[in-house]
Design a protein around this ligand. Structure first.
Ligand SMILES: [Zn+2]
Length: 395
């Protein structure tokens, strides 16, 4: 079998931020031609991943946080009886995990769905943003992703199976490369993110896991070079990881105001953010007054949300957004009932928030934000000219 012309590999290690890499300089040592930090997007992977594959910010592609208040159109209305489950049972992971899979199936979602710790009594008030699998053509609510572009240009590509573990993902990718059946691969790995949530960002197990990635990636690159005339690879991530230094029960502060849930206000407590919707002015004033002087975090101004590309005119993801001080976690939140050792989703300006990209090639000019990775993918595929015509590069 002769060599196929060219292979572009885009390898994503969730939470492998710039600062994490600085602590592990041996990772892919000798192979990296260029590396740089990238600014992340305020929010979580639910916001970052769609931006990486589209070059758009959340306000443009429509995906920011996972859940948003939308009682009229909630796909979860039918889950109301689950509110009758005794709290101790409903909180158990062994119960929530299969219930989450069942809910996902019944709602017909194909995207990344997590029930997290959303209380069943509140679930029917919320809608879910990432209902469709974003890793295929037509996956974004608005705009086009690299997968739409590749489908239109008939480019054979590999993308990870979201239900497979990291080992199975790399094995499947190695297989596709060995068969020379693709020109492009986008493969995401999740173990490091999970490990650092559990152990913090400087635990010894991180070095062990990175050595595993290092070995598998070197094998992948060797295989690629044996089967392709030219191999370009990019290793990148969407955000870093902070160590958690404390937690705060923000919901208790709000409940102490004496306002009535879903009469006066509704809230979604993410791990590092709280988002609010108001049914009257008194509730808006009371909650904003509390958050405006809160010692553990700050209200984000509209201008700041706009600058981050997460401003939604209709207040869909929250009419008012509160961000915790870096390293402080909301506990309990709708994302989890217990404190983690590592967390992301803080101020993008923090060193520990920084994402990264490195490559076996020089990284061209203006690549400073995670959404610019999309531009690199287009350039590798020779599609950048076509796209420049219908959408000039946005910063
Ligand atoms: Zn994470």
């Amino acid at each position: 079998m002769g060599k196929r012309t060219k292979l572009s590999l885009f390898l994503f290690i969730d939470a492998f931020g710039w600062e994490v890499r600085q602590r592990h300089p041996g990772f892919l040592e000798g192979l990296v031609a260029d590396a740089r930090p990238l600014e992340t997007i305020l929010g979580y992977s639910s916001a970052c991943d769609p931006s990486i594959i589209s070059g758009l910010v959340p306000a443009e592609h429509g995906l920011w946080s996972s859940y948003y208040y939308d009682p009229a159109n909630s796909p979860f209305k039918w889950t109301r009886p689950l509110a009758l489950l005794p709290g101790a049972i409903a909180a158990r992971n062994r119960v929530r995990a299969p219930l989450g899979r069942w809910i996902k199936r019944r709602c017909g979602f194909t995207g990344y769905f997590q029930l997290y710790a959303v209380p069943f009594r509140h679930l029917p008030l919320f809608n879910y943003a990432e209902q469709k699998r974003i890793w295929e053509p037509g996956g974004l609510p608005r705009g086009r992703s690299i997968f739409d572009r590749m489908a239109a240009a008939d480019i054979p590509y590999f993308v990870h199976d979201s239900d497979a573990g990291d080992d199975a993902r790399i094995a499947a990718l190695l297989d596709a490369v060995g068969r020379q059946s693709i020109d492009f691969a986008y493969c995401s790995f999740g173990k490091l993110d999970a490990l650092m949530h559990a152990q913090g960002n400087d635990h010894p197990d991180i070095g062990i896991l990175l050595r595993w990635y290092d070995e598998r990636f070197r094998e992948l690159f060797r295989t690629a070079e044996a089967h392709y005339g030219e191999v370009a690879w990019y290793l990148f991530t969407d955000h870093g990881m902070h160590n958690v230094r404390g937690s705060h029960d923000l919901a208790a502060d709000i409940e102490a105001l004496g306002l009535e849930w879903n009469r006066d206000y509704a809230a979604f407590y993410d791990a590092t953010m709280a988002r609010f919707w108001f049914m009257n002015d008194r509730a808006r004033r009371t909650i904003r007054d509390l958050l405006g002087t809160h010692p553990r975090g700050r209200l984000l101004a509209d201008g700041e949300l706009k600058a981050h590309g997460v401003w939604f005119e209709d207040g869909r993801y929250g009419e008012c957004i509160f961000l915790m001080d870096s390293g402080l976690q909301i506990v309990p939140s709708f994302m989890g009932t217990r404190p983690a050792r590592g967390m992301h989703g803080y101020d993008p300006a923090d060193a520990d928030s920084k994402a990264l990209i490195c490559s076996n090639k020089p990284i061209p000019g203006p690549v400073s934000r995670i959404q610019h990775i999309h531009r690199l993918m287009l350039a590798e595929l020779g599609l950048d000219e076509t796209v420049r015509r219908d959408a000039p590069w946005k910063n």
